[in-house]
Design a binder for this molecule. Structure first.
Ligand SMILES: [Mg+2]
Length: 369
C-alpha cells in the first residue's frame, strides 16, 4: 500500500453555542481547522481533523507544502520510519508548528487499522472498551456560572468536572472553585486548570487551597516551559501537578519532566503531540516511570475520537477529556460522540469506527490546498 495523494482542506466554522467570553484573549471569532486526507493506490483513504490555530488557510498552505511531498510514496504501515524521518526533516529546516504532523500520523494509523479490519484501539492493543469522561469548562463569566455548569455535568452522569478559570483575579478564581465544590458535594471528582496564569508564589497558595477543597489535580498553573518553578511547585504541594500539553516534540521533551518530576502527571493528545504515535510513545514512557499520561482534548470531535481510541489502549490515563458543554463542539462527526452514563464507548467498526460529517465539512471548506 502506497500513499498516492494528500488533500488538505482549510475550514472555518462560526461557533453557535458560546460567545467571546469563552476564551481568555476575547478574540475568538470562528473555529479554524484542517481536514487532512491520505489516499492510497489500493483505493483506500483516511481523513481526520487537524488544528489550525487562528488561520486555516495559513496553516493549511504551510503544512501541505511541507508534508505532501514528504508523505507521497510512503507505505502508511511504515509509521515508525515516517516518524523518525519527519523528526530529521523537521530539524533540517522544516520547523513546523506542533500541530502539523499529528493528522498525517493519525491517517496512517487509520489506514492500517482499516486494512487489518480492526477498530483503531484494538489494533493498538486494547486495555478497555469504555473510558470515564470529564466535562472540561470553557472560561465562564461569573464564579457562580461554574457551579451551575458542574451541577449540569454531574446530572448528565459525567464522572468529573474541570474548571478553566479567567485568571484575572486570583480571589475570584478561588471563589469559583469553592462554589463548585459546595454545589457538587464532597464525592464528585474536580480538577483545576488555570492555564499558565500564576507565578510560583501564587500557584503555591492556590494549590494549597485546592488541597483543602479536595481537588483531584492541579493543571498548568505556570507555563509548561517553566520547568524549574514547576519542579519546585510539585515538590511543595500534595495535590498532583499536571502539565506538558503544549511542550513541543513529545515524547523527547518530556522525558526530563518525568524523570525529575517536573510534574506528577504528563499530557499528550493526537493533535499537538504528533498523532497516535506521539501519544502512545508519551504514554508508554510515562507508564515505565509509574506516571499517568492524562490525554488532553483535541477540541474537534473527529480528533477527540482518535484520542478516545488512545485512551482505551493505555492503562495510565484516568479520564477522557471533553470540552463542555458539548453542544459548542458537536460537529465534524456524522453521529454524536458515543457517551453513555458518563462513559465514552469505543466504536466497534474498523479504523475510526465513525463517519465524518462531509456535508458540514463541505460547508466549512474555504480552500483546498
Ligand atoms: Mg490544560
Amino acid at each position: 500500500m502506497k500513499i498516492t495523494d494528500v488533500e488538505v482542506r482549510c475550514c472555518r466554522r462560526a461557533p453557535d453555542a458560546f460567545d467571546t467570553s469563552a476564551f481568555r484573549t476575547g478574540d475568538f471569532a470562528a473555529f479554524q481547522f484542517l481536514v487532512v486526507t491520505l489516499k492510497t493506490d489500493t483505493g483506500h483513504q483516511a481523513s481526520t481533523f487537524g488544528f489550525a490555530g487562528r488561520s486555516a488557510e495559513g496553516a493549511g498552505k504551510l503544512i501541505a507544502d511541507t508534508l505532501r511531498p514528504f508523505m507521497i510514496g510512503r507505505d502508511p504501515r511504515d509509521r515508525e520510519k515516517a516518524w523518525h524521518e519527519f523528526r530529521t526533516a523537521d530539524r533540517w529546516w522544516g520547523h513546523l508548528p506542533i500541530y502539523a504532523y499529528g493528522p498525517f500520523d493519525t491517517c496512517q494509523w487509520l489506514l492500517s487499522a482499516e486494512a487489518a479490519g480492526q477498530p483503531l484501539y484494538k489494533y493498538l492493543g486494547a486495555y478497555r472498551d469504555s473510558v470515564p469522561v470529564y466535562g472540561s469548562s470553557m472560561i465562564l463569566k461569573e464564579p457562580a456560572d461554574y457551579a451551575r455548569e458542574a451541577l449540569r455535568a454531574k446530572a448528565e452522569g459525567l464522572k468529573a468536572y474541570k474548571l478553566h478559570t479567567p485568571g484575572a483575579d486570583i480571589a475570584e478564581d478561588l471563589e469559583a472553585h469553592r462554589l463548585v465544590r459546595e454545589a457538587v458535594g464532597p464525592d464528585f471528582t474536580l480538577m483545576s486548570d488555570p492555564v499558565s496564569t500564576y507565578n510560583l508564589e501564587q500557584a503555591i497558595r492556590f494549590g494549597r487551597a485546592l488541597e483543602k477543597l479536595d481537588y483531584y489535580w492541579f493543571e498548568e498553573p505556570l507555563y509548561d516551559e517553566d520547568v524549574h518553578a514547576l519542579r519546585e511547585l510539585a515538590r511543595t504541594l500534595e495535590i498532583p501537578l499536571v502539565g506538558t500539553e503544549v511542550l513541543a516534540k513529545h515524547p523527547y521533551s518530556i522525558a526530563e519532566c518525568i524523570a525529575t518530576r517536573v510534574v506528577d502527571r504528563v499530557r499528550a493528545d493526537v493533535s499537538w503531540t504528533g498523532g497516535v504515535t506521539g501519544v502512545m510513545k508519551t504514554a508508554r514512557l510515562a507508564e515505565a516511570f509509574g506516571v499517568n499520561c492524562e490525554i488532553h482534548t483535541s477540541i474537534f470531535h473527529p480528533a477527540e475520537i482518535v484520542n478516545l481510541h488512545c485512551c482505551a489502549a493505555v492503562k495510565n490515563c484516568d479520564f477522557f477529556e471533553l470540552l463542555y458543554p458539548v453542544e459548542g463542539f458537536a460537529f465534524g462527526l456524522a453521529e454524536p460522540l458515543p457517551i453513555q452514563n458518563g462513559m465514552a464507548m469505543l466504536p466497534t467498526k474498523p479504523g475510526l469506527g465513525v463517519e465524518l460529517d462531509w456535508a458540514d465539512i463541505d460547508r466549512c471548506t474555504v480552500a483546498i490546498v
